[in-house]
Design a protein. Structure first.
Length: 332
């Protein structure tokens, strides 16, 4: 059974020079459950992660790991908390040492457990090389292994992919997945890239200017964002209002749940002119790799509609309708 009180973040607030950095942040993370923090730059993601790690002192609230309070740097001689490790986008490995030396000095595990960590992190072939001979992705995997040798229970990942090329990013993503599944270490990830968080996380927490504005499963946050800010974090979206919204919904007079509708491009479909929906004209059709995207000009709004094939051409008169069972999100 997972620990229901594994990580508890309760009313965390932080002010710096009179400015609010974090405001009453509260959530829980069960052991083994993958959480991701999302938000634009300056939203407070990294600061919150550092508070959880015990590296930054909050001005209010508390963090507990398995019931034990995480103390900030004002309360301990050496900042940090037993059982919590923090990996940033910079590996900060000692220069000119062999990988084997770096890891031997850090290890608190028996030899067999240490070897399992090396295998999960895909670093066994790197042991004889010096740290300054490693690529950025290799350095991150070695830095991660060094942290895991302390036998932590919670791994905090602060933008770990930001400086990596596609190949090394995919390798590190696989490693982080295996850290949770094979080593049983709970992970909390910060990333600005939705392709990092949406397929990985069990739950997303969205920060905006230090406030927690939405929390839920990735699919729910993506398909039903509570605001344009949240919608924009996870990809393209369309915003409809007024008569265009009513035409799309097919409710010319009925009261709607909000004044604006947010809908993803893949939740719209095109139909021939004269079918139910809102009338528009195709302005452009673009090949995007695995799909096509059509720009459709309504009287006021320019919509993006995702298509499986180039079934329309610029200049065509079309009707835009909601796809069957399309998730939609109303906002004021």
């Amino acid at each position: 059974m997972p620990e229901t009180d594994f990580l508890t973040v309760a009313n965390i607030s932080l002010e710096e020079r009179g400015a609010v950095v974090l405001k009453n942040i509260s959530f829980e993370q069960h052991a083994g459950r993958k959480l991701a923090l999302a938000g634009e730059s300056g939203a407070g993601k990294s600061t919150l992660l550092q508070v959880i790690a015990g590296l930054v002192q909050p001005t209010g609230g508390e963090v507990r790991l398995a019931g034990r309070r995480v103390k900030g740097p004002q309360n301990v001689l050496v900042p940090g908390h037993p059982g919590i490790v923090y990996l940033s986008q910079k590996s900060d490995l000692p220069k000119s040492l062999r990988v084997e030396q770096v890891l031997r000095y850090a290890s608190k595990r028996p030899a067999a457990e240490a070897q399992a960590v090396y295998e999960v992190c895909r670093i066994s072939p790197l042991m004889a090389r010096r740290t300054d001979q490693l690529s950025g992705g290799e350095q991150q995997r070695v830095a991660l292994a060094r942290l895991l040798l302390s036998a932590p229970r919670l791994l905090l990942l602060d933008e770990p992919f930001s400086n990596l090329d596609r190949t090394h990013k995919q390798q590190l993503q696989t490693v982080i997945r295996d850290v949770g599944e094979e080593l049983g270490i709970t992970c909390l990830l910060v990333s600005h890239d939705p392709t990092d968080t949406l397929p990985w996380a069990d739950e997303l927490l969205v920060l905006e200017r230090g406030h927690l504005v939405q929390q839920g499963p990735p699919e729910q946050v993506y398909r039903q964002p509570v605001s344009e800010y949240v919608a924009a974090l996870f990809g393209d979206y369309n915003r409809l209002t007024g008569s265009e919204l009513r035409a799309l919904m097919g409710v010319p007079r009925r009261k709607l749940p909000g004044s604006a509708l947010l809908v993803r491009p893949e939740s719209l479909v095109l139909a021939p002119d004269g079918q139910p929906g809102v009338a528009g004209t195709v302005r452009a059709v673009r090949f995007m790799g695995s799909f096509y995207e059509a720009e459709v000009q309504l009287p006021v709004t320019l919509l993006r509609v995702r298509l499986p094939a180039a079934t329309v051409a610029p200049g065509a008169a079309v009707m835009v309708a909601l796809a069957p069972d399309a998730p939609i999100s109303f906002i004021e």
